[in-house]
Ligand binder design. Structure first.
Ligand code: NAG
Ligand code: NAG
Ligand code: NAG
Ligand code: NAG
Ligand code: NAG
Ligand code: NAG
Ligand code: NAG
Length: 699
């Protein structure tokens, strides 16, 4: 009839009100691991409430106080993940001979509050045999020491077999007495206060004390009344020092148990590095110098890392004469950044939860002390004032100009909600509907974000002010970004004023004149960068064309083209002149709309017919604008057999003797006039009439 159970467990059983959970869905997203003397459960998504399930029937809600007293802790990160840590020697695991430990937990996830919240149940059994004679576990909320008892087996019996006056719901009481072959756990003495408490009092004050088949376990919240601060090698440490008395008739036996844990002051910060100092020789634990440190391991979130993993994450552990020094770069893998707002200022903190596992041997008694500390570290708030970067391109016309702004840099837990303009507040969706194209941009390593936005100058939220005397227009955008930090939904804002000054648009001017041979067209683009393309005749002014015909001034350029250039058109032809016209257009390159049109027509002196003394004549026929369909190659002289000696699509050149090709002659005032006519053979088309007169040679 001997049942081995921790004394605490038993009474708890009496106190708890057992309710079997109705739903116990699958536990796919609960990942349980045995990590030495700790069980770790990774829970996603966040849970709302957690219960320990004892002996499959008792469901005990883990309030924060109970969790601390019983060896449980939680970690919630801002990404919505939760981790749950349990000491193997917690109050609720089923202990099989100090070798196997079985824990069943129930996680209640946030439901829709109409039906009952979904409940996930997870069980894990861990085997742990390498117990050293003394094991110290420092978790975020408690310190625990477990020592091997050298007493004979202790039997634990319940003091009150059923719920009595002390078994109040929600009040954890464990008034148990341990009896071992007649040994009875009678008192705990705390040092240095020398306060003596019986087991009931100890439990009532929030400590936990328990006997397991071979060990005595004591647990205390950090900062409990009976703990004290001690400076160990310059590091402030918190100490729990106890002696537990067992009595059997006239015999009294004492078991000492001390736990020492680092305080948050054991850490130093720079903006780049977190440095955590642990004393190498923890005086309160070791009465002599006969202790040698055998092992040092580092880990994260209670899980040990090997040297390669540590190097890959840039963690380092340095063992010096007096200290074990852990260095972690701020921002290293394994931790996370969290945003904060203080006085509407943006800050971030970085949190990481390293672990140290140490092992000492006591040379004389040959007894080992193992030490594990899970040590959450959060940096002080680091100011990260956001900035608006202005990427607005100014080499454009106001109709096309847009403010391009980027607000940042933020941690991933920040969201942009709305933007307040002087005249209205727009949500991000409304901004996008208006064409502002609000986009979240992530850094390459996906750890930071910025918000990018484009606001056209033409949008009414942009304030425009023309300053005529300076010839400029100022475009101003005033905005207040409305942001929040998730998950706590903490609002903050960032205001900015950006402006852009554009020179007023003076339309470019085009002027021109002609000399005897050429058109000269001058384009003056004034104070603007030339933002147009030039169409000369039907040809775009490209680089090649420009090299040949263009000369540049400070704010203008001049195109010089011969009157006979294919880009010009002939308007009409006279006996000794040709009227030629050049059309020039400046086009908007974005839509080919005409910004400016200019046309220049001049008469160029040009003798199209010539008579030579050897009796030959030449004549040049040109195609005019009004005869667009004409093929000059088909033209003939009066004698249709006389075609041009040379022709192209604009000219026909005739070379003939005065007594051929139907040339007629007449005397007029002592001048011999030779006449021929150039026309299309069927005489139907509009004729070109080259009338030749020579007054000198044939007088
Ligand atoms: C555990 O529960 C079973 C029945 O479910 C019961 O028989 C047993 O006594 C319980 N053990 C303890 C220690 O309460
Ligand atoms: C580790 O540090 C090196 C040098 O400081 C750096 O180049 C590297 O990116 C760091 N690695 C990680 C994972 O932070
Ligand atoms: C102490 O720990 C070391 C290293 O793990 C081990 O080799 C040794 O056997 C242990 N001694 C005792 C007494 O447990
Ligand atoms: C704009 O966003 C902020 C969050 O920073 C919020 O507090 C505020 O109520 C929002 N304003 C409107 C009009 O929605
Ligand atoms: C403008 O006209 C040119 C020449 O015809 C053409 O190559 C170009 O694609 C046009 N551009 C636009 C924006 O329509
Ligand atoms: C007549 O003179 C012109 C000009 O010198 C010359 O081009 C042409 O070939 C000559 N014609 C003949 C038939 O000699
Ligand atoms: C050709 O020239 C003659 C003489 O100059 C003129 O009388 C006649 O009208 C012209 N014909 C045409 C079609 O231009």
């Amino acid at each position: 009839m001997i049942i081995f159970l921790s004394s605490g467990l038993f009474c708890l059983l009496m106190a708890a009100v057992g309710i079997q959970a109705q739903q116990t869905p699958s536990i796919n997203d609960l990942n349980a691991e045995c990590l030495g003397n700790v069980i770790r459960l990774s829970v996603a998504p966040l849970f709302e409430d957690v219960d320990a399930v004892f002996n499959d029937t008792q469901i005990i809600n883990l309030t924060p106080g109970l969790a601390t007293q019983c060896g449980f802790s939680f970690k919630f990160d801002p990404m919505g993940n939760a981790m749950f840590f349990a000491s193997l020697q917690n109050c609720f695991s089923q202990n099989m001979d100090d070798k196997m430990f079985s824990l069943v937990m129930q996680f209640r996830l946030p439901g829709n509050h109409m039906t009952e919240d979904p409940v996930y149940r997870v069980g894990k059994t861990c085997s742990y045999t390498p117990w050293t004679s003394r094991e110290i576990l420092c978790d975020r909320n408690y310190m625990e020491v477990s020592v091997r008892r050298t007493l004979p087996d202790i039997q634990t019996i319940p003091k009150q077999p059923t719920g009595g006056p002390k078994a109040r719901s929600g009040n954890f009481r464990r008034g148990a007495e341990a009896v071992a072959s007649g040994y009875k756990m009678t008192a705990v003495v705390f040092s240095p206060s020398k306060n003596v408490m019986n087991v009931d009092e100890v439990q009532r004050k929030g400590y936990a004390i328990a006997n397991t088949p071979t060990r005595l376990v004591l647990r205390s919240p950090h900062n409990a009344e009976e703990t004290y601060l001690q400076n160990v090698a310059g590091v402030p440490m918190r100490v729990l020092s106890t002696s537990t008395f067992f009595e059997q008739k006239w015999l009294v036996t004492r078991v000492d148990a001390t736990a020492v844990c680092p305080t948050p002051e054991a850490v130093a910060f720079t903006p780049e590095v977190i440095t955590w100092y642990m004393p190498k020789h923890i005086d309160p634990l070791f009465s002599s110098d006969a202790f040698t440190m055998l092992e040092v391991y580092m880990g994260i979130d209670a899980k040990r890392l090997d040297t390669e993993e540590m190097a890959a994450r840039n963690y380092s552990v340095l063992v010096t004469e007096a200290h074990i020094i852990v260095e972690i770069p701020v921002g290293a893998v394994g931790g996370y950044f969290k945003s904060h707002i203080q006085d509407d200022q943006y800050f971030v903190t970085y949190t990481i939860e390293p672990m140290l596992e140490l092992l000492w041997i006591e040379e004389v008694a040959h007894e080992n002390t193992s030490y594990k500390v899970l040590f959450p570290i959060t940096t002080p708030p680091m100011a990260r004032p956001p900035q608006v970067r202005n990427y607005t391109p100014l080499d454009t016309v106001p109709e096309q100009a847009v403010f391009v702004l980027e607000l940042g840099t933020f941690n991933l837990d920040v969201e942009l909600l709305n933007i307040t303009f002087p005249t209205m507040v727009l949500t991000v969706a409304e901004c996008n509907a208006r064409g502002f194209n609000v986009q979240e941009q992530r850094s390459p390593d996906n750890t930071l974000k910025t918000f990018r936005m484009e606001v056209p100058f033409s949008d009414p939220v942009v304030f425009k002010e023309r300053r005529a005397e300076q010839g400029v227009t100022t475009f101003t955008l005033q905005l207040i970004y409305g942001l929040v930090i998730f998950p706590e939904y903490a609002p903050f804002s960032h205001s900015a004023v950006v402006d852009a000054v554009l020179l007023d648009i003076v339309p470019p001017s085009v002027t021109g004149n002609c000399d005897q041979e050429n058109f000269h067209i001058t384009v003056d683009y004034r104070n603007q960068e030339p933002f147009f393309v030039v169409l000369v005749g039907k040809r775009l002014l490209n680089h090649e064309f420009a090299q040949q015909y263009l000369t540049e001034g400070d704010t203008d350029f001049t195109i010089t083209l011969p009157f006979s250039s294919p880009d010009a058109v002939f308007e009409s032809v006279h006996s000794s002149s040709v009227r030629s016209r050049l059309d020039v257009a400046l086009l908007n390159p974005y839509n080919n709309m005409t910004i400016k049109y200019f046309s220049l027509a001049c008469s160029f002196l040009k003798t199209l017919t010539e008579c030579f003394s050897n009796g030959t004549m030449t004549a040049l026929a040109v195609k005019v604008e009004s005869a667009p369909g004409l093929n000059p190659g088909q033209l003939t002289l009066s004698d249709p057999a006389c075609g041009p000696t040379y022709s192209d699509d604009r000219f026909a050149y005739f070379h003939f003797t005065v007594n051929s090709c139907g040339t007629t002659r007449k005397f007029i005032n002592n001048v011999m006039l030779y006449e021929n006519e150039i026309s299309l053979p069927d005489e139907l088309e509009v004729k070109l009439n080259a009338t030749t007169s020579s007054e000198e040679e044939y007088q």
